[in-house]
Ligand binder design. Structure first.
Ligand SMILES: [Zn+2]
Length: 101
């Protein structure tokens, strides 16, 4: 691995997870493929710097009733703790092919 991914799709291709951390200390690791897919469906930007703004900390929401954006989002080799639904296998392969090409 010569360089770290800078967006969700690169993380999928290179098999990284996505770590998201809040200043309160709450941290989660998403499996990149399902997370990328949910961004794809919503037409949200993949770049980490922009993707970060789409999250809000569930712990802060519960504790303070406030929407707090995480202050950290980056690729990680940690094991995912959150695995979002993915498209079915055939659709997924077709997607990866078209995105690569
Ligand atoms: Zn928080």
């Amino acid at each position: 691995m010569s360089r770290m991914p800078t967006d969700l799709f690169e993380a999928v291709i290179h098999n990284f997870g996505i770590e998201v951390r809040c200043i309160c200390g709450h941290a989660v690791v998403f499996a990149a493929n399902g997370l990328w897919w949910s961004f794809y469906v919503k037409r949200w930007p993949y770049r980490f710097s922009e993707a970060r703004r789409r999250f809000c900390c569930t712990r802060c929401a519960r504790s303070f009733g406030q929407r707090v954006r995480p202050d950290y989002l980056d690729a990680t080799s940690l094991t995912p703790t959150i695995i979002l639904p993915m498209p079915d296998e055939r659709e997924w392969k077709r997607m990866i092919q078209s995105m690569r090409g």
